[in-house]
Ligand binder design. Structure first.
Ligand code: AHR
Length: 522
């Protein structure tokens, strides 16, 4: 559906924007897993993405050092694997053991011949070497309880049972100890291989999860929520699957992708508001199930796919992809400064739900709708979206404050009324502050920062401003966008002291800003 063009943002500066910080108003601890990402066997995410034997930067295992360095710079502590839609037809047993004996298979999710050169062991050992936590998904599309429990045993079992012994025979003595497990992927979606209705999926997830926990009771489980808030079964799906799994699982998944459609920039800039409402609705649905059960348990959210993705406007649909092999280019979206502002703002939303969203994955990590791109045999580079993500991951530490924002709102065609300014803040035990602000207006906005109960010091900052240029593929364009849109903030120039002891910050039009400093009790 194409939304009508609209840009109803206030056309004057909005001096009324006010952000209030108080050290005692707290949302919750910021779980580092909020800065997770995702590697699927899709396009060039694995092959010529993280893994490219023969590349000058490849290590002795065939994984690219230059890509891993960027993963560290991005600040990703956790990576989801192996899908995504891919997992719903994956036979994990075919991708373990001697590589020369593995057979390629036709992945129906992306209509790609998967060579099975990278499988569970290669991925988990890469994650271990790079110090990132793996988050695994099991196939509940074409397979079920047996294969899921066997995979947990293969990954986490001690010697002396069939699948654990197979891992040991394959050269890995020590269990991997994978803690976080997704019970399938987007099972509500008709595009999913082995798509199910909520009752079918809820029953299967409950049985698979039960068996997986019997293998290893220390694991945490994520049940599939809706693939997006637009799914016709949204709400009812959450209620039904949780009615089967409430006592068993820890998290329910959310997925959301945002894009600019039909030149509707105003709606696109308000994507964070749509994400905010989506989270509130899933939390309400989960809590309603808990209330009916008179349960004290709170289900939290694994927002295990989120990003800007030009899904409606650039993606032809899985069914229209030709069958391909040799790491084809699939959904390699290129990003603009505008996209990067939206990504920063989506992170503001996630931080503001730190109490109920401990896990999130930027989908994806490399080449496929990703902050990191590679040329086969060539360089690796940062897309514009890399910068706000890396900066937020670096600065958002400790506890997310319950930030109060008073700002004018504007009407959007896709998401209704949305505030012109959004804000999130974190404070660490040592008093270091991370403050994140988005100005969705096309005018400068002066924000009054009211800091109650603690002294505020702002020391340095970084800013992404939106552009009006179409994004172009390649490292040269990404570098050009970074040069024009991404910069250090001259704090002395944009931050001023107000008459009443408050602090004022000037935000550039259509911008995302991160400020680092201190917030210490007087
Ligand atoms: O991230 C790309 C795809 O988006 C994933 O495979 C799927 O889960 C979602 O629809």
């Amino acid at each position: 559906m194409t939304a009508p063009q609209t840009d109803a943002r206030p056309d004057t500066a909005a001096p009324g924007a006010r952000v209030t910080l108080h050290p005692d108003f707290r949302r919750g601890a910021v779980d580092r897993r909020l800065f997770g990402s995702f590697v699927e066997h899709l396009g060039r995410a694995v092959y010529t993405g993280i893994f490219e034997p023969g590349h000058p930067e490849a290590d002795e295992h065939g994984f690219r050092r230059d890509v891993a360095d960027l993963v560290h710079e991005l600040g990703v502590p956790m990576v989801r694997y192996p899908g995504g839609n891919f997992v719903s037809n994956y036979v994990w047993e075919d991708a373990v053991g001697p590589v020369e004996q593995r057979k390629p298979f036709l992945d129906l999710a992306w209509r790609t011949v998967e060579p099975n050169l990278v499988g569970t062991d290669e991925f988990l050992q890469w994650a271990e070497r790079e110090g990132v936590e793996p988050m695994m998904a099991v196939n509940l599309g074409t397979r079920g309880v047996d294969a899921a429990a066997a995979l947990v045993e293969y990954c986490n079992g001690e010697a002396g049972t069939r699948w654990a012994d197979l891992r040991i025979a394959n050269g890995r003595e020590k269990p991997y100890g994978v803690k976080l497990w997704c019970l399938g992927n987007e099972m509500d979606g008709p595009w999913q291989i082995g798509h199910k209705d909520a009752h079918e999926y809820g029953k299967l997830a409950a049985e698979a999860g039960k068996a997986m926990k019997l293998v290893d009771p220390s694991i945490s489980l994520i049940v599939c929520g809706s693939s997006s808030m637009q799914m016709p079964t949204f709400g009812e799906w959450e209620r039904t699957v949780l009615s089967y799994t409430y006592d068993l699982v820890d998290h329910i998944s959310m997925h959301a992708y945002y894009e600019e459609v039909g030149g509707d920039r105003a709606s696109f800039l308000a994507s964070g508001t749509a994400m905010d409402r989506f989270i509130d609705r899933v939390v309400a649905s989960a809590d309603a199930v808990g209330a009916e059960r008179r349960s004290d348990k709170k289900i939290t959210i694994s927002f295990d796919e989120w990003n800007v993705w030009y899904l409606e406007t650039r993606f032809p649909g899985e069914e229209n992809l030709p069958i391909q092999r040799d790491a084809p280019r699939i959904i390699e979206d290129v990003y603009s400064g505008l996209d990067a502002v939206v990504v920063g703002d989506l992170m503001v939303t996630l931080l503001n739900h730190a109490d109920r969203v401990p896990v999130a994955c930027l989908a994806q990590l490399v080449n496929v709708i990703a902050p990191i791109m590679t040329a086969p045999g060539g360089e690796a580079w940062r897309q514009p979206t890399f910068h706000p993500f890396a900066t937020t991951s670096r600065l958002a530490r400790g506890t997310a404050l319950d930030v109060r924002v008073d700002a004018p709102s504007y009407d959007t065609a896709r998401h209704g009324a949305a505030p012109v300014v959004t804000a999130a803040a974190t404070v660490d035990d040592d008093g270091s502050l991370g403050l994140f602000l988005t100005n969705r207006s096309d005018r400068v906005v002066e924000v009054e920062l009211a800091h109650v109960g603690a002294a505020l010091g702002l020391v340095e900052g970084w800013q992404m401003v939106a552009d009006h240029e179409p994004a172009v593929e390649g490292p040269e364009h990404a570098a050009k966008v970074a040069d024009t849109c991404w910069s250090a903030v001259d704090v002395a120039a944009v931050v001023t002291a107000g008459a009443s002891g408050d602090t004022r910050v000037r935000l550039a039009p259509e911008s995302w800003t991160a400020l680092a400093g201190t917030f210490a009790r007087a």
